[in-house]
Design a protein around this ligand. Structure first.
Ligand SMILES: [Zn+2]
Ligand SMILES: [Zn+2]
Length: 237
């Protein structure tokens, strides 16, 4: 397992090769590129007028009374990545999986560690709706046993070569087009972030951040997803 795997939100417009496993583990790619957006006020309302510090105070209030810290989206993401990194120093999972585990425990690191070392990892991972990464290689081996023939996608029923199919560790594979459409609908129309699951019927395995970043090409959708994830993190900061 590669504990150095980065937690990458990518916001470039370059076309990414989406062939299977091509960019899942790249220890050198530890960059963190984030577009700066409106500041978000931790623990408070979104600052509509864009003012920071004490300028929005009412009469009779001192600057010291202003208890909200204004953070940019980038700073929030840094806090989040730092939180994931701290946990990963101990439990060493892919960062994208640790994010899901932490989300499940409302970003309570201690609670996660406690459960993690409690021993019943299968129960923990199934509760968090992820596949235990230590069992990953077996699943992957099973799924890469490919056929040369085109096969039908179970969503759109169109035939595509095996290389055009992708999926989560649960093993359910769908064509890239359907994945992109599915994720875009969830993110843009339904405003879902950390609760998007595999499109397969009755599969509850959650989509991880790297998969979203890999399968979504539109930066607008990526940015919305990032907001949804960081906003849920802010709630528990
Ligand atoms: Zn399809
Ligand atoms: Zn599935």
């Amino acid at each position: 397992m590669d504990s150095d795997e980065g937690y990458n939100y990518e916001f470039d417009d370059e076309e990414e090769e989406c062939s299977e496993d091509s960019n899942e583990e790249d220890p050198d790619d530890d960059t963190l590129e984030v577009e700066l957006v409106d500041p978000v006020v931790a623990g408070g309302e979104r600052d509509e007028c864009g003012e920071t510090g004490g300028s929005g105070l009412g009469p009779g209030q001192d600057e010291e009374d202003y208890r909200f810290e204004v953070l940019t989206a980038e700073q929030i993401l840094q806090h989040m990545v730092e939180c994931i990194r701290e946990v990963n120093e101990v439990i060493q999972n892919p960062a994208t999986i640790t994010r899901i585990l932490l989300s499940h425990f409302n970003w309570d690191k201690e609670k996660l560690m406690e459960r993690y070392f409690d021993g019943n990892l299968d129960k923990l991972f199934s509760e968090c709706h992820v596949i235990n990464p230590s069992k990953k290689s077996r699943t992957r081996l099973m799924n890469t046993r490919s056929s040369a023939q085109d096969m039908p996608c179970q969503i759109c029923y169109l035939n595509y070569p095996n290389s055009y199919f992708t999926g989560l560790e649960c093993g359910h594979k769908f064509c890239m087009q359907c994945w992109g459409d599915y994720l875009t609908t969830k993110i843009i129309e339904e405003g879902m972030g950390q609760t998007i699951s595999c499109p397969a019927h009755s599969c509850d395995i959650l989509v991880d951040d790297n998969t979203v970043m890999r399968l979504i090409t539109e930066s607008k959708v990526k940015l919305k997803y990032q907001h949804l994830i960081t906003n849920s993190f802010v709630e528990y900061m």
